[in-house]
Design a binder for this molecule. Structure first.
Ligand code: E4P
Length: 228
């Protein structure tokens, strides 16, 4: 499993990148608004993220256009920011049509706000490079987000979509709307290719009380060694 950071916060991205386990970044309009982002600085901000993570890490930038032609125009401009920009498009009819066009032009798409198997299958057929089933938002409405993710992983895994994607690349499933380290564990066990996680979850993924207790004991014992 690869890890993407789900944020628009440059300090978080820099810190996570320094840990050596960051494979990409996903942003969305809410995450950009949360850091006080301005419309006229959006493309520059995506460029800053691309510069931090480097050319091998895909950076998803979301289009908020609502018609296929506008999404395609938006997507082409986003793709010009850097070669590793992935255009994030919501799962809807206009989004599918735009994905089909962008994929045909060699521009990778991350199909977002995906909740069901039929949505994921349509995204795959349209040519999405990444599909982002949301886990936490299902949990928020008292449904089982992990079960839904498992269904998507299983259904997508049943078929070969390489003929639909840019350069015949394998579709990757991004477990999105991740709220806990256990979400990551379960997503990895069911074979999701990527988890996009908020920085708070990434930090929790490192921690375990037994690690802390063990470290504490080692440090205390080392003091004894130093004073012996
Ligand atoms: C996915 O790429 C989205 O940006 C994100 O995972 C949404 O998460 P949320 O439901 O916590 O807002």
């Amino acid at each position: 499993m690869k890890f993407f950071l789900d944020t628009a916060d440059l300090a978080e991205i820099e810190e996570a990148a320094s840990w050596g386990a960051l494979a990409g970044v996903t942003t969305n309009p809410s995450l950009y608004a949360r850091i006080g982002g301005r419309l006229d600085d959006f493309h520059n901000h995506i460029k800053r993220i691309c510069d931090i993570v480097g050319p091998d890490c895909p950076v998803s930038a979301e289009s908020v256009a609502m018609t296929r032609d506008e999404i395609v125009a938006d997507g082409c401009k986003l793709a010009e920011i850097a070669p590793n920009v992935v255009v994030k498009i919501p799962t809807m009819v206009e989004g599918l049509a735009a994905t089909h066009t962008l994929a045909g032009r060699g521009i990778p798409v991350n199909m977002t706000l995906c909740f069901t198997v039929p949505q994921a299958l349509l995204a795959a057929r349209a040519g999405a490079r990444y599909i982002s089933p949301f886990v936490g938002r299902f949990d928020d409405i008292s449904e089982d987000g992990l079960f839904q993710l498992e269904q998507v992983c299983s259904a997508i895994g049943n078929y070969d979509f390489t003929a639909n994607t840019v350069n015949g690349e394998k579709i990757e499933i991004i477990a999105a709307s991740i709220r806990s380290a256990n979400h990551v564990t379960q997503a990895a066990l069911m074979g999701a290719d990527i988890a996009t996680v908020p920085f708070g979850v990434l930090k929790k993924m490192v921690q375990h009380p037994l690690t802390e207790r063990g470290l504490d004991a080692f440090l205390k014992d080392w003091e004894k060694v130093q004073n012996a």
